[in-house]
Design a protein. Structure first.
Length: 500
């Protein structure tokens, strides 16, 4: 089944399914009609020789420079070429794919003035899985993600590079091999391709998909640690969480009790101790707060996924048409959401690292051996895995600094406030990867700890997880290269975010 785009109701879940199931996209007829009508308005503007930004004028500081009518197509191609100033490693293929889908979706709202030919070219690239090579650095996140989206546009017109069937090559060669012509940009189309927030939003969508799965994975991993440390289940009692008035906190507490149901390793308050350390006792409060952040980010991302963030915007009012220069390309709402997401996800690793410390520290882990070493002294066991986790957590504190609090004016001070939202999105993905590695470390150590405590005493649900992960993470019987264990668990956790 294909994903039908109409410019109005695209969701993160539908993007996740498209990636997992390798779906194609198609356009609903009503949306295509809106595209045709908005294009007619642009054609009428050209015929009437009206002065409209980006259609009959230059860009940015050159907005007052009128362009000769026979140079309109040159204007759009020059825009794309000059703005393709991306730097560094490219966004991954999933981000490039989502970027094309989101740019297409905003055009389908009927306010961009593009041709159906451009819409069809985007559909072709998406369905053929031709991924534009889009350098990830170089966007200010206002006046659109100009540099990244220009590299996307270059691929459509046969001048950029793409990844096709796993090979990086010239777009023109791939199009030729598929008997497909490069798109010729019409008036306004270059601007319509690059005025928008699709780079930051697309990376943000991928950040969200993977972060949400990590938040759920953090619960069963924490449940293993909880049992290894004979944690107290009373702190997860619904009475405690109902009075906090947080549905996310209550949901985490309920899921933790579900993971721990039937365990012989958990305790009640007063059996071994009156109360646990915060990293166990406050899992619902801490993880629940991260879910609150995820919910906020999801709301803002899905709003932007279905937004018209072009400039100028075209409105067909029936008896009149309006072409208005505005600022919907400004990424501030998305930037705030992505910075917030960074903080919320970072905390999952902060508390995970504290649980790791409790598992390996002989002063905190009960009767478990120091660092879970099979031969303390001769073999270091999990000692340096905790170091690695601490390093990643510390790095996240730097990455979590909000990019959106900065602004550097551009275009000779015409564009004098920018969002830096794309930086937030890139740093956010680095945080997600770091968090996944910290949780992988907790998982490797917790598997060993519960093995020492007695696998048969585990709750049925966590015992299944233990058996699942023991398929590729062997017991620690002697020191080995633990980076291999960390990577295989991290990769497995990542795959779970996109399971078909």
């Amino acid at each position: 089944m294909n994903l039908v785009l109409n410019g109005q109701d695209l969701t993160i879940e539908s993007i996740k399914i498209l990636i997992a199931q390798d779906q194609n996209v198609e356009i609903c007829e009503e949306a295509l009609s809106r595209v045709k009508q908005s294009r007619k308005i642009v054609d009428d503007i050209i015929a009437d020789q009206e002065t409209i930004y980006g259609i009959t004028t230059g860009f940015g500081l050159f907005s007052d420079v009128l362009i000769d009518q026979d140079k309109y197509e040159d204007l759009q191609l020059n825009l794309i070429r000059s703005h393709a100033c991306g730097i560094g490693e490219p966004f991954n293929d999933d981000v490039a794919l989502v970027m094309m889908i989101l740019r297409l979706n905003t055009m389908l709202k009927g306010h961009s003035g593009v041709s159906t030919a451009l819409v069809e070219q985007l559909v072709f690239f998406i369905n053929q899985r031709i991924f534009p090579v889009i350098p990830a650095q170089g966007s200010l996140g206002a006046s659109g993600d100009l540099a990244p989206l220009s590299h996307l546009a270059l691929a459509l017109v046969g001048e950029g590079e793409v990844i096709y069937k796993g090979v990086r090559q010239e777009s023109s060669k791939v199009l030729q091999s598929l008997n497909r012509a490069p798109h010729t940009l019409q008036a306004k189309e270059g601007l319509a391709l690059i005025n928008g927030t699709q780079a930051m939003t697309s990376q943000g969508v991928i950040n969200y998909i993977e972060a949400e799965q990590l938040a759920y994975d953090a619960e069963w991993i924490a449940a293993l640690t909880h049992q290894a440390l004979n944690g107290i289940v009373d702190a997860y009692d619904a009475h405690v969480h109902i009075v906090r008035n947080s549905k996310e906190q209550l949901s985490v507490a309920n899921r933790m009790l579900d993971w721990l149901e039937g365990s012989s390793l958990t305790t009640r308050q007063g059996e071994l101790r009156v109360q646990d350390a915060y990293s166990l006792r406050c899992i619902p409060q801490i993880h629940g707060a991260s879910f609150q952040v995820l919910n906020y980010a999801k709301e803002k991302l899905e709003c932007e996924m279905n937004a018209a963030n072009d400039n100028p915007l075209i409105f067909d009012k029936g008896d009149e048409t309006l072409v208005i220069s505005g600022g919907n390309f400004h990424g501030q709402p998305v930037a705030f959401a992505l910075d917030f997401l960074k903080i919320g996800v970072s905390e999952l690793s902060n508390v995970s690292e504290r649980r790791i410390e409790r598992l390996v520290n002989p002063q905190l882990n009960g009767d478990l051996p120091a660092f879970l070493s099979p031969h303390p002294g001769l073999q270091s066991g999990a000692m340096i895995m905790q170091y690695a986790a601490a390093s990643l957590v510390s790095e996240n504190k730097t990455l979590a600094h909000p990019a959106s609090v900065d602004s550097i004016p551009s275009s000779a001070n015409q564009e004098d406030h920018v969002s830096m939202g794309t930086i937030a999105s890139r740093h956010g993905y680095q945080i997600v990867e770091n968090v996944r590695n910290v949780l992988a470390i907790e998982c490797v150590i917790a598997l060993q700890a519960v093995e020492l405590k007695g696998v048969d005493k585990l709750s049925p649900k966590t015992k299944k997880k233990y058996e699942e992960y023991r398929e590729f993470v062997p017991s620690i019987t002697e020191d080995r290269q633990f980076h291999k264990d960390i990577k295989v668990v991290s990769d497995y956790l990542k795959q779970s975010a996109y399971k078909k």
